[in-house]
Design a protein around this ligand. Structure first.
Ligand SMILES: [Fe+2]
Ligand SMILES: [Fe+2]
Length: 294
């Protein structure tokens, strides 16, 4: 059986690892050095053991029944699976009642892995903490990116599950880096503006993301795009998808999440009206995910 990489990780819950009782002004700390040390030690978000078992089972292409058994042992996780599988996000209808085995069949092996990662990362991303509001904003953009990448990949006939995970995880290192700051300094004061913190995590999120995608045994394509998405694509199809979707998500956020297919069609790298329409539809699905899993 494949084993997860044995890198040192922590479940990032601000307060749980707190060792500071008093307020600390962030200006007095070399935050980049601390984050770099975390990354060098491969310390980043650790997921519940049930999710890590799902990740391994998916990598090994285990039977769906095995995935169902793992999920049955984690009530919170299976509830998330049922909510998502029966939500409009996955073409279900609100209020539809389905069984866990049927939800697993509906989602498929890769879909179950994606939903487990999404649901468990949502729990981590939305935990209370001094930088919660910014984490929530970054997390929303991760979800929007995942669904938009998935939609664009379908038009381009690329592997849609890799595209979903590439979109979801390419910037999730920002969430991990923010949490690392909060775990080390649960009472931080000082710069409170989002721009300051986004600049800090911009410098570390690719390293953090790569550590996570490597640990979770994801495909080379997903690992590569997570680590390298701010570099030229070199013609890599998934890399191109993530980069063009990044522009679309940034535009959507600036416009209060109100974008038309025409807005998206004007973004460099969008090749056709079909692509713009698909991306618009993918983006419009993310509120359903937020509602279903937070
Ligand atoms: Fe990024
Ligand atoms: Fe991004």
């Amino acid at each position: 059986m494949a084993a997860l990489a044995s890198s040192a990780c922590y479940l990032a819950l601000p307060g749980a690892a707190a060792h500071e009782a008093d307020d600390v002004d962030i200006a007095d700390i070399d935050i980049d050095a601390q984050l770099a040390a975390r990354m060098a030690a491969q310390e980043t978000v650790r997921l519940p053991s049930s999710v890590e078992r799902v990740v391994v089972a998916a990598a090994e292409r285990a039977p769906l029944g095995e995935l169902t058994k793992i999920l049955e042992g984690d009530g919170e996780l299976s509830a998330s699976i049922l909510r998502l599988a029966s939500s409009p996000a996955f073409t279900g209808t609100h209020g539809e009642r389905i069984s866990l085995p049927y939800a697993v069949i509906r989602l498929g092996r890769e879909g179950v892995r994606s939903v487990c990662l999404t649901a468990s990362l949502a729990r981590v991303a939305l935990v209370p903490g001094p930088l919660h509001a910014l984490r929530r904003r970054v997390w929303r953009e991760c979800l929007a990116s995942a669904l938009t990448c998935h939609a664009l990949a379908q038009v381009r006939a690329l592997p849609a599950d890799d595209a979903y995970l590439g979109g979801l995880l390419h910037d999730v290192g920002k969430v991990a880096a923010l949490l690392a700051v909060e775990v080390d300094h649960p009472h931080i004061t000082g710069p409170s503006d989002e721009a300051f913190w986004l600049e800090v995590v911009e410098r570390h999120h690719c390293d953090a993301g790569w550590i996570m995608t490597d640990r979770w045994l994801l495909s080379d394509a997903v690992q590569s795009v997570t680590a390298r998405h701010h570099l030229p694509s070199g013609g890599d199809p998934l890399h191109e998808v993530v980069q063009v979707v990044d522009e679309a998500v940034a535009r959507a956020r600036r416009q209060g999440w109100q974008v038309t297919a025409e807005d998206i069609g004007a973004i460099p790298g969008v090749r056709s009206q079909d692509e713009a329409m698909a991306m618009r539809i993918g983006l419009a699905r993310h509120p359903y995910f937020l509602e279903a899993i937070g």
